[in-house]
Structure formats: structure tokens, C-alpha cells
Design a protein around this ligand. Structure first.
Ligand SMILES: [Zn+2]
Length: 293
């Protein structure tokens, strides 16, 4: 039993969390744990002031994320999965400075390297990859889609999931990304839409896996749409551990808190909250990333 008198007592996973040694680092993870959190998906934090310009630079950057995960596991006894990849904004910056050809090659090399980390069981997925969340102009947007197509082709070959950073055009974005997945036969289920909205109906998600950024209003949206969901969804804060934006996007305690709010909301609607939350925090993460080792 993971739901006792309406209280969720099971594991709690935040699917998109960054850490930075120069920021709150371990204290942020402690906040998550004290609020009831048990599992983090630590996503590589891009450093836009120092984007790697060769593959050795990427290797060093990824190794740093892996080392942080190890320290959090060792010191806090949290379960930490790692996701590694080149951020789409890095690609935009480098396309401007290095030209498309060089930027594309470096970007795809960085994805291949992330896949190698997955094959060595140092990571469980590629991310965050995707396309610019701002309107970068027609040419860049079209080229970003071409690069994403290749990225997902590599993930398909290697059979690893991808956390996608996308523009916020709702259903239209999801429809376009689903098409890109289909073109390279990457399963839509393995396309984890990071920073997704609370509408988890299949009509809206087009079968992508939503990782919902769980602001307060998202709980109602999830509760209202969950009966039309297929394949499950995840919860995240997109915590950035950025000293200039403390608590952004949402603070480290948010997923534990919203998990309880979601349990209460689902129970109020007569929906089986235990099954739903087991899917969010246990079954779906295992299906996507494999059992935690
Ligand atoms: Zn992120």
C-alpha cells in the first residue's frame, strides 16, 4: 500500500532537475528529500557562457554531471538517474558562431557521446535536446527540426529515451514532434516532453510522454484530463539551481507537495489515485529508463 488514508507514502520522482556546484547544489537536493522526494532525474545543465567547442569539452561537461549524481547518491541516499545531452539553445548559439555545418556535427557528436554514457550505464537517456522555445526565425526553426530528426534517429538506433525541450505552442507543438518521431520510427512514448502542460489527454499530447511542470494550476488540469490519458505522464520542477533565479522554474519541494495535492484531487473525483501515482513515480520511470540499479 502506497496510499494510506489519502496520504501518498510511496516513492516520489522529479523527472527534470538540475544541480550546480556553484549554486545551492546539495542543499537543493536535501530540500527535495526532506519534503518526501526519493528519486531525481538529474538533467545535464547547459552552461551557455561556456558551451563546449569540441567533443572533449562535452565529455568533461558530462562527467561533471555524472560526478554530481554520484555525490548526491552517496551523501543523501537519494536515487539519481542521469540524462545527458546538448541543449537546443547551445546549438542555436553555435550555429551563429561556428556555422550550421560545424554546429550540427558537434551537436550530433554530443548526442552520440551521451548515448555512449547510456551504454555504460552512467546515464539513462538523452536530453535535454529539442528545438528553441522562442521564435528564432523560420530558417533556424526549420534547421532545428532537421537536427532533431537526426537526434531522434540516433536515439531510436540506440533504443534510449529522449527528454525534449520544446516551444510552447501546445497541441500544435506535440503534433509536429509526433510527426518527427514517426519519420525515424522513434516511439512517441520515448519522447519525453519536458516542461509540459497539465493537459495529459492523448488528443493533446499525441502520444508523447508529458513531463508536467507542476505549478499549482497543473493539478486541476491533470485531474480533468487524466481519464483521456494513455501511456502515463511524469512530474517535474525544471529546477535550475540558478543563483540569479532562486526557486526557478519551481522549487525543489514542489513535486512532493503536488503529488499529495494530486492524490487529494483524484480521490475527490473518485479516480484511483494509488494506481495513477504508482504509474507516475514507479512504473513509467522504470518503463522509460529501466529499473533503478
Ligand atoms: Zn532543464
Amino acid at each position: 500500500m502506497t496510499l494510506v488514508n489519502g496520504q501518498w507514502t510511496g516513492p516520489i520522482l522529479d523527472n527534470h532537475f538540475h544541480l550546480d556546484r556553484a549554486a545551492r547544489y546539495l542543499d537543493a537536493a536535501i530540500d527535495f528529500q526532506r519534503a518526501g522526494g526519493t528519486d531525481l532525474v538529474l538533467v545535464h545543465k547547459p552552461d551557455f557562457t561556456n558551451i563546449p567547442i569540441d567533443i572533449d569539452g562535452w565529455k568533461t561537461a558530462y562527467e561533471e554531471t555524472v560526478a554530481m549524481a554520484e555525490q548526491v547518491r552517496a551523501e543523501l541516499d537519494l536515487r539519481v538517474r542521469v540524462v545527458l545531452g546538448p541543449h537546443p539553445a547551445s546549438w542555436v548559439h553555435q550555429s551563429a558562431s561556428l556555422g550550421y555545418e560545424v554546429a550540427n556535427e558537434l551537436h550530433l557528436d554530443a548526442v552520440e557521446l551521451a548515448i555512449e554514457f547510456c551504454e555504460e550505464n552512467l546515464a539513462v537517456g538523452v536530453g535535454e535536446v529539442g528545438r528553441p522555445h522562442w521564435d528564432a526565425g523560420e530558417e533556424i526553426m526549420a534547421r532545428a527540426d532537421e537536427v532533431l530528426l537526426e537526434v531522434l534517429g540516433l536515439c531510436k538506433q540506440a533504443n534510449v529515451p529522449a527528454q525534449l525541450h520544446l516551444d510552447g505552442n501546445g497541441e500544435a507543438t506535440n503534433r509536429e514532434i509526433a510527426k518527427i518521431c514517426d519519420r525515424v520510427r522513434f516511439p512517441r512514448f520515448g519522447a519525453i516532453h519536458h516542461h509540459a502542460e497539465g493537459n495529459v489527454s492523448k488528443q493533446f499530447t499525441h502520444g508523447l510522454t508529458s513531463s508536467v511542470v507542476v505549478g499549482r494550476e497543473s493539478i486541476k488540469d491533470i485531474s480533468d484530463s487524466i481519464w483521456k490519458n494513455e501511456g502515463g505522464f511524469l512530474m517535474e520542477t525544471d529546477y535550475m539551481d540558478d543563483p540569479r533565479r532562486p526557486g526557478a522554474v519551481l522549487g525543489p519541494k514542489t513535486v512532493p507537495r503536488r503529488t499529495q495535492a494530486l492524490a487529494t484531487s483524484l480521490i475527490g473525483k473518485g479516480i484511483d489515485a494509488e494506481t495513477a501515482l504508482c504509474a507516475v513515480h514507479i512504473d513509467l520511470p522504470e518503463a522509460l529508463y529501466g529499473e533503478y540499479e
